[in-house]
Design a protein around this ligand. Structure first.
Ligand code: ZN
Length: 297
């Protein structure tokens, strides 16, 4: 009724349960349906983890470390993820090959919007890889790989939830800065090294989506630096922060770090000032290390 399948498949780090079940089924030439519910008619007393343990023949801890969805069955062994991110994407092609996936696609969970690069293989992974959306080679843009390392360090220090949320706010703000053409210099230099549109073919409807991905990758080093700077401003004591906001020091310090292409004019100036102050305060709430903040304002 429920016995180990003959061909074992090693689960991949952060793999989705469905992806693993599909690969296990493919390797053993059985149906995915069987994998999901091997004994529906029998009131199987085993939970998902126990069932998969028998079917896959993999040690319990291996399954738990690799497949986040199973952790709720044994939170004492490996704690479930701090936040459950519902975004998934294909794993790095080269990592998949190394793990012996036999050409089967592997889907993994993202740790957050900041999780984009395979550091080992220097590849930009995000946004899927159906047809034209191939993974981007970053061999000529080491700063994009360094940005991932920088964000990983911040994640270890502040936790996945705080860093993930902070990054999301910072990236959104950066998109606005980008839209106002304040910081194109560095981005264009990266873009030129990773994106070579085929000049022989006419642009088609995929090119826009395609180039958006490349733009996101090209902006990533700056967004990582920006995130780090916002966190360091946010970590200061509340009174010091408030004073910096009032005197305009927040904006001055920010501009020193991320170097604007030109001086903002007109309504952009107050927009930038207020935006930065708001962002620093949101991030202060997310990242303060637990020491009580002064309540008076
Ligand atoms: Zn890889």
């Amino acid at each position: 009724m429920l016995r180990p399948l003959p061909h074992p498949v090693t689960p991949f780090a952060n793999e989705t349960l469905d992806s693993y079940r599909h690969r296990l089924a493919a390797a053993n030439q059985t149906e995915f349906r069987t994998m999901r519910n091997p004994s529906r008619w029998l009131q199987c007393p085993l939970n998902e983890l126990e069932r998969l343990e028998v079917l896959s023949g993999q040690p319990r801890t291996t399954l738990l470390w690799a497949l986040p969805e199973l952790r709720r069955h044994a939170p004492d062994v490996v704690a479930p993820p701090e936040v459950f991110i519902f975004n998934t994407r294909a794993a790095c092609d080269l990592c998949s090959e190394r793990s012996g996936n036999n050409g089967q696609p592997i889907q993994v969970y993202l740790r957050g919007l900041h999780d984009n690069v395979c550091i080992r293989h220097r590849r930009w992974l995000s946004c899927g890889r159906a047809n034209v959306f191939e993974q981007i080679d970053l061999s000529h843009a080491p700063e994009v790989v360094r940005a991932q390392r920088r964000l990983d360090r911040l994640e270890r220090r502040h936790g996945t939830f705080a860093l993930g949320t902070t990054y999301r706010h910072c990236e959104r703000f950066w998109r606005e800065i980008d839209r106002r053409a304040l910081v194109h210099g560095d981005r264009d230099s990266v873009l030129a090294r990773i994106y070579r549109p085929d000049s022989k073919t006419l642009p088609d409807r995929f090119d826009l989506i395609r180039s958006q991905r490349f733009h996101r990758a090209a902006n990533y080093p700056q967004v990582a630096r920006f995130t780090k700077m916002i966190i360091s401003l946010a970590q200061r004591p509340k009174t010091e922060r408030k004073a910096a906001h009032l005197t305009g020091t927040t904006q001055i310090e920010a501009e020193q770090v991320f170097h604007l292409d030109h001086r903002p004019r007109g309504i952009t100036l107050p927009w930038l000032r207020n935006g930065l102050v708001g962002l620093v305060e949101v991030v202060a709430d997310l990242t303060h290390d637990g020491e009580p903040e002064e309540t008076s304002s």
